[in-house]
Write a protein that binds this ligand. Sequence first.
Ligand code: HSE
Length: 439
Amino acid sequence: MGSFSVKPVKVGICGLGTVGGGTFNVLKRNAEEIARRAGRGIVVAQIAARDTNPKCDTGATPITADVFELVNNPEIDIVIELIGGYTIAKELVLKAIENGKHVVTANKALIAVHGNEIFAKAREKGVIVAFEAAVAGGIPVIKAIREGLAANRINWLAGIINGTGNFILTEMREKGRAFADVLKEAQALGYAEADPTFDVEGIDAAHKLTILASIAFGIPLQFDKAYTEGITQLTSADVNYAEALGYRIKHLGVARRTEAGIELRVHPTLIPADRLIANVNGVMNAVMVNGDAVGSTLYYGAGAGMEPTASAVVADVIDVVRALTTDPQNRVPHLAFQADLLSDHPILPIAECQSAYYLRIQVQDRPGVLAKVATILSERGINIESIMQKEAEEQDGLVPLILLTHRVTEQSMNDAINALEALADVSGPVMRIRVEHLN
Ligand code: HSE
């Protein structure tokens, strides 16, 4: 691996709560990989926080209780604002910009309500304000719309963009739980806003929708014009009736371009149960974006939480560092990592790859065969997850034996299959299909 001749970029983290703690941890844990992507090291030079975070070992990193000390710290190049809310956050972001610092924020309320003013100031000072984490947590949907879909005229977008609300609706539908009870759990899990009415009344979703609509349609941020209806009036009966009709109720944010204007609305919505987005459950978020060239696309992932949100914050920090470091032609390296820092980590031959397996073996229907099959697998350390024997299909005395195994190397499975195929009780080749649970 190459070394970094350029000195590291120094960042300051304001707020050490759920997202701040996650951001510190990800920057520290992935420091080397991040530097290979960014082309420079990234060092947390200071943290501003009133309290420590038990999930975050800040070591020797200097901590101040005064955010403005951090914002005025001449060493710091990038201020990461993770305290939330409108007032102090706005003041510190404007001050950071005034001081010529780049800003990364996860604050959707701040961007939706004061973004126009903040961006004007940033343009004046020639600094970047990045806010990927403000919408749908870890899902890079802002990057997808702003860069990946840049060729398109966006027609509409629709999203489940509040994890707390989606968690409540999912629990009501799946377990028949009461609204208030589920909300308490979401608060305990750290998903809910400081004021949970922001979640259940759709205000948080409207903040995010306002931002998405602006980057999709190229309009100023206009949070005050968003229609917002919450989920507090929904009953389990509605959820069940919708289900009986083949629909799911989701709290959806919809932004649609029409001839007359742009629809900007958050409200409970029935969606046909077989749509992918109708099956986004729990605290997960998903955003569908429809463009004239690409058609419909769907982005799915964790919309809140410590490290998913940190994932978006740190990606923004890397973007800023790349912009500071590399020539404009090569702002994002072709292979995502800096060209001279590509790794020689080897690609595994398939024999060394690991997978779970589905096996279908045609065996003679007689005593002891199953034991022989099981022995061959166990001798190679292959653990059987489940086993199913179907009735004989033909008059040839053969029955299909279906096995699911735990994960093993392909080499072990090749050996086992060779041994199985050599058994007199096994007819023909063993059918092998790899299984990935993707969990
Ligand atoms: N309260 C938000 C949610 C957190 O539940 O989705 C992420 O913005």
